[in-house]
Design a protein around this ligand. Structure first.
Ligand code: 2U9
Length: 348
């Protein structure tokens, strides 16, 4: 092999080793590989030029080229391993996570006490075989009053007591129109067992116990042979499910245009257990709902022959139940959306 080639190879080797030592990242390392070992590199050119040599020279130069190529490839591999290790260490350092940092607080919502009460009461009645139906808050005078046997001169029909939208349309004052619609939809079929939760409106001055807008839950059962004792048994089961197995109910006579007879229903005072306290004004009882046997005229108007069918109905205010349940003294707290109030129900 000529000295010129030997020197040239040595020069290539030295220069390549020197520039390899300077390559400090993966990209430089790749560039180096193309430049030093690729087809267009000095080594590549020499391999190509070898074709024109005498066989002996070709063999010697070929061996020398192979050796140097292997040596450079080896050097490249170990440099690559070094750089990869260095880059990995850098990456790990950059992506370091402090696992000791406390997690960020994810604010948890709370179910509103009225929604809780509605769900709880729905569950109780569903377990007793009732279905839940809902309906529009804007109603007609016909469904809200006429079909419920509320006469033209009844105070509830006064402009002073009801939010009228037009002569005919109004904001419902109770959810009862939906029971009427249910009876119409059922076209005389029985049994009917429904409860109707929903928002209702009355022109009332707001104070600690009254609100012009509140939530009613009403129930209706219609079938052959329904009696007052069915009403009392159902309400007693409801009271026990809601306030505990030692609960009892007491019925007092009352009057509603849509029920006859009508009654008001009391629970054993949830505060004193019946011994008498400030909450129950010393009586040991608190009123929680109104009820009665569906007025025969109401049944007839909705397509149920009152000579054959009877029914009972009841109505309660969800706010009143929530106030008793959670010890809330002012109904307005339920509508003010004060987070300090609402957050108390997060874990309740
Ligand atoms: C039909 C027939 C009868 C629903 C009834 C009451 C008695 C009642 C009040 C309780 C507190 C309203 O929320 S409150 O202010 N409700 O006392 N509601 S019977 O009677 C009906 C309903 C529909 C077809």
């Amino acid at each position: 092999m000529s000295d010129t080639w030997r020197h040239e190879l040595e020069a290539i080797r030295e220069q390549a080793m020197a520039s390899l030592a300077l390559a400090s990242d993966s990209k430089a390392l790749n560039d180096w590989r193309v430049e030093v070992l690729g087809k267009k590199s000095a080594l590549g050119q020499m391999s190509k030029a070898m074709g024109g040599l005498a066989p002996e020279d070709r063999r010697v130069l070929g061996e020398a080229l192979n050796r140097i190529r292997q040596e450079l490839e080896q050097a490249w591999r170990s440099r690559q391993a070094e750089i990869e290790a260095k880059e990995k260490a850098l990456r790990l350092e950059r992506e370091r996570i402090d696992v000791t940092l406390p997690g960020r607080d994810v604010p948890l919502g709370a179910m509103h006490p009225i929604s809780r009460v509605i769900e709880e009461i729905e569950d109780i009645f569903v377990s007793l075989g009732f279905s839940v139906v809902e309906g529009p808050e804007v109603e007609t005078d016909h469904y809200n009053f006429e079909l419920l046997n509320i006469p033209k001169d009844h105070p509830a029909r006064d402009m002073q007591d009801t939010f009228y939208l037009t002569d005919e349309w109004l904001l419902r004052t109770h959810t009862s129109p939906m029971q009427v619609r249910t009876m119409e939809r059922m076209r005389g079929r029985t049994p009917i067992r429904v409860i109707v939760p929903g928002r209702v409106y009355r022109r009332d001055e707001d104070d600690a116990t009254h609100s012009h807008q509140f939530t009613q839950i009403e129930g209706l059962v219609v079938d052959e042979g329904i009696r007052m004792s069915d009403l009392k048994g159902t309400l007693e089961a409801f009271a026990k499910a809601l306030f505990g197995p030692s609960q009892r109910v007491r019925l007092r006579p009352s009057y509603f245009p849509f029920t006859e007879p009508s009654c008001e229903v009391d629970l054993v005072c949830v505060s004193c257990g019946g011994s008498g306290c400030r909450m129950c004004k010393g009586t040991g009882w608190i009123e929680i709902l109104g009820a009665g046997m569906v007025h025969p005229r109401v049944l007839d108007m909705s397509g149920y022959d009152s000579a054959r069918y009877t029914g009972f109905a009841f109505g309660l205010g969800a706010e009143r139940i929530a106030m008793l349940r959670y010890g809330i003294s002012d109904i307005r707290m339920l509508y003010q959306n004060d987070l300090r109030f609402l957050r108390q129900f997060r874990h309740a």
